[in-house]
Design a protein around this ligand. Structure first.
Ligand code: PEP
Length: 244
C-alpha cells in the first residue's frame, strides 16, 4: 500500500488463550513485502497481559476495546484506564455501536471517555455510525454530525475517527465506494471547520474482508480500517495486511 494505513483488529469477545497465541504467532509470521500497515490489536481485557507479552519485539501495537469514563472508583466489573495503560495499550476503541446499543452509552459518556483517554496521552479510536433507518431516511449526515459535535474536543492535533455504519457491522453489507467517500469528506470538513482539527485519520469499519479490502482501503482512499469478524481469521488478515 503506498499510504501507510492504520488497521485496527477488534477481536470483540472472541478467542481464548490458546487461540490468541496461535493467531498472534501467525500474524507475526506475515511476510510484508512493502512497508507494513500500523497494526493495532484489541483483545478482550483478560487477554491483554497475555497478548501484550506475545507482541513484545513485534511491530504490532496493543489496544483496548473500551475503558471506563472515570479514572477509578466504585464501578464493579469495569476496567480502569490506569491498568489499560500499564499493560501497554496505546489506543482505545471508544463509542463502538455494540457498547452504545448493549450498554446504552450516550454521546456524553463517549465524550467523557475521549477526554479521559486524551488526558492519559493515549489515542482514542472514536466510532461513529448511523442505523439502517437513519441511512434510509437520509438523515445519516445529521446523525454523524451530532456524534462528532458532542464527542470530539476542539483544537486537537489529530483524531482517529472510525466510521462504522451499524447496518454494516457483522452483516456482510457495506456502503458503496461513493457512500464511504461522501462520509469521509464530510468528516474531514466538519472537524476542520468546527473543531479546528486538520489531521483526521479516517477509518472505515463494517464487514471488511479480503474480498472488499482493496476497494475500501485503496480505491476509497480511507486512512485505514477497523476490522471485527475478519480480524480473528489469519487467512483474511494475511491478505488484508499485505494488499499491494
Ligand atoms: C466492528 O465490530 O468494529 C466491526 C467492524 O465488525 P465486523 O468487521 O465484523 O463488521
Amino acid at each position: 500500500m503506498s499510504q501507510v494505513k492504520l488497521i485496527v483488529s477488534n477481536w470483540k469477545m472472541n478467542l481464548n488463550f490458546k487461540e490468541a497465541k496461535i493467531l498472534v504467532n501467525n500474524l507475526k509470521k506475515i511476510n510484508f513485502k512493502t512497508t507494513p500497515p500500523i497494526n493495532i490489536i484489541c483483545p478482550q481485557f483478560i487477554l491483554l497481559p497475555f497478548v501484550s507479552n506475545l507482541l513484545l519485539k513485534s511491530s504490532f501495537i496493543l489496544g483496548a476495546q473500551d475503558c471506563h469514563y472515570k479514572k477509578k472508583g466504585p464501578y464493579t466489573g469495569d476496567t480502569s484506564i490506569e491498568l489499560i495503560k500499564e499493560i501497554g495499550c496505546k489506543y482505545i476503541i471508544v463509542g463502538h455501536s455494540e457498547r452504545r446499543q448493549e450498554y446504552k452509552e450516550t454521546d456524553k459518556t463517549v465524550k467523557e471517555k475521549v477526554d479521559l483517554i486524551l488526558s492519559e496521552k493515549l489515542k482514542p479510536i472514536l466510532c461513529i455510525g448511523e442505523s439502517e433507518i437513519e441511512r434510509k431516511k437520509k438523515s445519516y449526515l445529521k446523525i454523524l454530525q451530532k456524534q462528532l459535535d458532542i464527542c470530539v474536543p476542539k483544537n486537537l492535533s489529530e483524531i482517529i475517527i472510525a466510521y462504522e455504519p451499524i447496518w454494516s457491522i457483522g452483516t456482510g453489507l457495506t456502503p458503496s465506494l461513493q457512500e464511504i467517500i461522501e462520509v469521509k469528506e464530510f468528516v474531514y470538513k466538519f472537524l476542520k471547520n468546527n473543531k479546528n482539527i486538520n489531521k483526521v485519520i479516517f477509518l472505515y469499519g463494517g464487514s471488511v474482508n479480503s474480498q472488499n479490502a482493496k476497494e475500501i482501503l485503496i480505491d476509497a482512499k480511507v486512512d485505514g480500517s477497523l476490522i471485527g469478524g475478519s480480524s480473528i481469521k489469519i487467512e483474511e488478515m494475511n491478505k488484508i495486511l499485505t494488499l499491494g
